[in-house]
Design a protein around this ligand. Structure first.
Ligand code: ATP
Length: 550
């Protein structure tokens, strides 16, 4: 099939913003193409030549493309640059410049979809010596056989910037429409395979029944199951009846795929990050049985065994060079929380079984590979879930996940069967006005701190008691400071001058007659002592009030 036919479709798609019209245009086109071309045009309608999660990328920058256009059209690169500036993008500039093209290639064969598709694929495969000039050679071959509009879309596809307003949802709808398939079936097969080319091909050849048989396969990432916000620990657990509560780690989600000896790691957005974190593949191979599998977990950057800022982990997975150096600088720890495949697909099994299989099959003796911390919760032991939440944020994590143990894994859906309850991302700066000695082993320390904010008149108003989040070192330091600023002591309680500023994380602001501010914080956790701040910097009752009212 001629590439010009696809180009006509691109033009029609770019000419409307209406979703239904776009779907119709695509459906009509899909019904005309043969089995071999269909997967190609599906990817190309998305501006791709590989599934989105593939490691292959064209790696062609604006400069190379402008050079190619200049030599095909017979103008200077400066002239191309000027036109790009005028038109806004290289595709439109190429189209315009082709109108003035002097070096016509007569008798060239018309471009076919297959030729353009396989040529652009070849570009992505080129690496090593002289890779740039080999890439340019392929682009030149394409561009010199192209007419103006073809050149426009070849340029856009090569640069991976098609931008015709077609997303995966529209392609799915068009596949459903062309082959008369229930939208839900198309959607699920897409969530499971993440390969719309494959979905279209199966829809064409085997229909709905064929699509229903598509399932997940190691090597092909699955769209992750997502969480809704929990309205409160007790509410959620009461609603679910039984729940698995887990620490919500603050790192990045990784989907781990193993086929034979090959481990592939994908992020939440299904980017392949295997090469940036080679040590993880080694740990995983050691910890898992020698079977093909898909597992999920949160990968956290740590220092001395404690989680450190999420920024570090981003730096690690994005790194392309000096990877070995970073392995020691930013050690990674994995907390596994789900098993989606082990010899066979497991997603239709209830979470409790998947979790059990994870436990049975993963060796967690190495410090870098752990299962997420969990408890089995029910309306009878909500306090344990609250404790888990407290220890989670005290340990520098984000909160807890509350999951229905009876539920299957539903790819790509943000449902009610997996919830998250987080400490508010905002923290408050408060001042310590009093404290209470700890019990037992901690009686030498001040274990609980009465904290205050100020009102408009600069009067201090108590707002909560903070007792968690303190490591031994901070606890010791704070106790010393409390001694220093002590005004008086009675029993286990003491009052201090308002000198110590703390940064506090919490899960929620609640109304409270118990504290002078009229509001209080649920699950207040000390994040750190703010030695860089003074009483002038502490938060106000007004701010709390406005945050409460949202
Ligand atoms: P967030 O910004 O809250 O991480 P998100 O949109 O990335 O949200 P959600 O599905 O809404 O993702 O929240 C769950 C996220 O929490 C997961 O994507 C995962 O990265 C992370 N996470 C940390 N610990 C766990 C755990 N034990 N179980 C499931 N997810 C966890």
């Amino acid at each position: 099939m001629k590439y010009q036919e696809l180009v006509n479709v691109y033009e029609a798609l770019a000419g409307t913003t209406k979703r239904l019209e776009k779907t119709d245009i695509l459906a009509e086109f899909f019904s005309k193409v043969d089995t071999q071309t269909l997967p190609q045009v599906v990817l190309m309608a998305l501006g791709l030549v590989f599934p989105p999660w593939s490691e292959e990328e064209q790696g062609v920058g604006d400069k190379i493309l402008m050079k190619a256009v200049s030599s095909v059209v017979g103008v200077s690169t400066n002239a191309v640059e000027d036109m790009v500036r005028e038109k806004g993008d290289i595709g439109a500039a190429a189209e315009e410049l082709y109108k003035k093209r002097t070096q016509q290639t007569f008798f060239s064969k018309p471009l076919t979809i297959d030729f353009v598709f396989t040529s652009i694929r070849k570009i992505a495969k080129i690496s090593g010596n002289h890779s740039q000039s080999r890439k340019i050679a392929i682009i030149l071959e394409l561009l010199s056989s192209a007419n103006g509009t073809e050149a426009k879309y070849i340029s856009k596809t090569v640069l991976e910037e098609l931008r015709i307003g077609v997303g995966e949802g529209i392609i799915r709808d068009a596949i459903s429409k062309t082959f008369g398939i229930d939208k839900k079936v198309t959607e699920r097969s897409h969530m499971l395979t993440n390969d719309l080319g494959l979905v279209a091909e199966v829809a064409m050849n085997e229909g709905e029944e064929g699509l229903k048989k598509l399932t997940l396969k190691p090597g092909r990432p699955v769209k992750p199951m997502l969480a809704q916000l929990s309205e409160g620990i007790a509410i959620s657990i009461n609603e679910m009846g039984k729940a698995i509560c887990e620490t919500k780690y603050d790192g990045i989600r990784v989907q781990i795929h193993k086929i034979k000896d090959n481990v592939q790691l994908f992020t939440r957005r299904l980017e392949n990050v295997t090469e940036a974190i080679p040590e993880m593949s080694d740990y995983i191979k050691e910890a898992f049985p020698d079977e093909d599998f898909i597992a999920e977990g949160e990968m956290v950057a740590t220092k001395d065994g404690k989680p450190i800022s999420f920024q570090y982990i981003l730096q690690r997975v994005r790194r392309k060079y000096n990877i070995e150096e970073a392995i020691d600088k930013v050690p990674l720890t994995l907390f596994l929380f789900d098993l989606l495949y082990l010899k066979i697909p497991l997603i239709d099994e209830p979470l409790k079984i998947r979790r059990e299989l994870l436990k049975e099959n993963v060796n967690t003796s190495k410090a870098q590979i752990n299962l997420s911390e969990m408890i089995e919760a029910s309306p009878e032991n909500i306090d344990e879930a609250e404790k888990l939440f407290n220890s989670s944020i005290a340990g520098g994590n984000e909160g807890i996940m509350i999951k229905d143990p009876e539920e299957p894994y539903i790819p790509g859906i943000r449902g009610k069967k997996m919830l998250k309850f987080k400490a508010e991302p905002e923290t408050l700066d408060v001042v310590v006005v009093g404290g209470t000695h700890g019990l037992g082993k901690r009686s030498n320390f001040i274990g609980s701190y009465l904290i205050a904010i100020k009102n408009q008149d600069n009067e201090l108003k108590t707002v909560a008691h903070a007792a968690t989040g303190l490591d031994d070192e901070t606890l010791e330091k704070l106790t010393k400071l409390m001694e220093k600023y002590k005004i008086y002591e009675k029993g286990t309680k003491l009052t201090v001058e308002p000198k110590i500023i703390l940064e506090i994380a919490y899960s929620e602001i609640v109304k409270s007659p118990e504290y002078e501010a009229g509001y209080s914080l649920r699950f207040p956790v000390v994040r750190r002592i703010r030695e860089d701040k003074s009483i002038d910097d502490i938060d106000t009752v007004e701010r709390l009030e406005s945050m409460f009212k949202g």
